[in-house]
Design a protein around this ligand. Structure first.
Ligand SMILES: Cc1ncc(COP(=O)(O)O)c(C=O)c1O
Length: 384
């Protein structure tokens, strides 16, 4: 028979995370530090908004770009929280999670043969979206502290480089850009005539008084920037599958076409849940953030104590200890840790070419489980 998709067969490996979780099947003692979602309940207004919409029989196609009430609310949120002033009629599209905001961005920005740059390690999907659109990923190794290495970035730029993709605060490193770094990035974008893709799905998870910076708020690069966000992490609502993309009209118009012919829109009733969530005072998050900060501090101190070299993350809910001292690959470490101690952590090698000597640990887990998991990791490490 004729050959099936080569891109899917050969350029995209089966998820290693899946394999790891297969090992956990049927075991009651497993503690997962692998999962990329918060552990608090989705706020009630989000759930009620969705239910009320269903009760009103809002069960048919939604407008392709999203319901106007939600688009308007996102416009308000962008102005108040991100300092980005846009017009909801032209500059916003509602998507199926942050994931589809990324797909729409790739579909609308790139032509086959283009290249884009990212700092590595980075979120796993970025590496595979490229090949889906015939676009080449150029990985720039992060600095030792996981910050952006602009010198390396400048020397990697080619004629074909069209965009830079950033995710701050970052999955998996927890790194958040400083104001100076953002300004340097803007200089590069302008100097080399590039686009910027800014994935901000962890914008609320930022510690130590640092402030999240949305590059789309900088007027000189608004036209070149696509800002992505989602309901998923902020409202602990990964199953709602809602997010949005923000960009100049020309880009959003192209996104709308792709959206129309691939998914025809997003879940209609769920958009009312997102709307109600966005109307909540952001203060609902203060207590959650304080809890996550405690877990971050605990994980950092404990990993250091166990003997890992580790950078203190400034955002998101991941920490990435180095295996440098232990002479073991990330895959072997995580597979054996799961088999021998029932703790799931993600091998660093899924996040790009420069992190096989790292693990990703998610601390979005209640404190007593986190404590027990760290004790088990310590026992495991002591027997290596
Ligand atoms: C950096 C980053 N971007 C996008 C996504 C996708 O988010 P969603 O679940 O809203 O599709 C994730 C999910 O883990 C992520 O970590």
């Amino acid at each position: 028979m004729k050959e099936l998709s080569i891109t899917l067969k050969e350029k995209t490996p089966k998820s290693k995370i899946r394999e790891l979780f297969d090992l956990a099947a049927g075991r009651a003692d497993v503690i997962s530090l692998g999962i990329g979602q918060p552990d608090f309940d989705t706020p009630e207004p989000a759930i009620n908004g969705n239910i009320e919409a269903l009760k009103k029989n809002i069960t048919h196609y939604a407008p392709t770009r999203g319901i106007p009430e939600l688009l308007e609310q996102i416009e308000y949120k962008l102005r108040e929280i991100n300092d980005i002033s846009v017009d909801w009629k032209e500059n916003i599209i509602v998507t199926n999670g942050g994931s589809q905001a990324l797909t729409l961005t790739f579909a609308s920005l790139f032509n086959p043969g283009d290249q884009f740059l990212l700092f590595s390690p980075n979120f796993v999907s970025y590496f595979y979206l490229g090949p889906f659109f015939g676009v080449e990923v150029q990985e720039i190794k992060r600095r030792e502290d996981f910050g952006p290495d602009f010198e390396a970035m400048r020397s990697a730029l080619t004629e074909k480089t069209k965009a830079i993709l950033i995710n701050s605060p970052n999955n998996p490193t927890g790194y958040a850009f400083t104001q100076n770094e953002m300004e340097e990035l803007v200089q590069i974008i302008l100097e080399y005539d590039l686009y910027l893709i800014s994935d901000e799905v962890y914008e609320n998870y930022i510690y130590d008084g640092l402030k999240h910076i949305s590059p789309g708020s900088m007027n000189e690069i608004f036209e070149r920037t696509t800002t992505l966000n989602a309901m998923s992490k902020l409202y602990s609502a990964t199953g709602f599958r809602l997010g949005y993309a923000v960009a100049k009209k020309e880009i959003i118009d192209l996104m709308e076409k792709y959206h129309q012919y691939t998914v025809a829109g997003t879940n209609h009733a769920a958009q009312y849940g997102f709307l109600e969530a966005l109307k909540m005072d952001n203060k609902f998050f203060d207590e959650i953030l304080a809890t996550y900060k405690k877990r971050r501090d605990f994980s950092y101190e404990r990993l250091k104590e166990i003997g890992f070299k580790v950078i203190k993350p400034q955002g998101a809910f991941y920490i990435m200890p180095s295996l440098e001292k232990f002479n073991i690959s990330s895959e072997e470490f995580s597979m054996r840790l799961m088999k021998e101690k029932g703790v799931a952590v993600v091998p660093g090698n899924i996040f790009g070419s420069y992190s096989d000597d790292h693990l990703r640990i998610s601390y979005a887990t209640e404190m007593n489980k986190l404590r027990e998991a760290m004790n088990r990791i310590e026992e495991f490490v002591n027997n290596l």
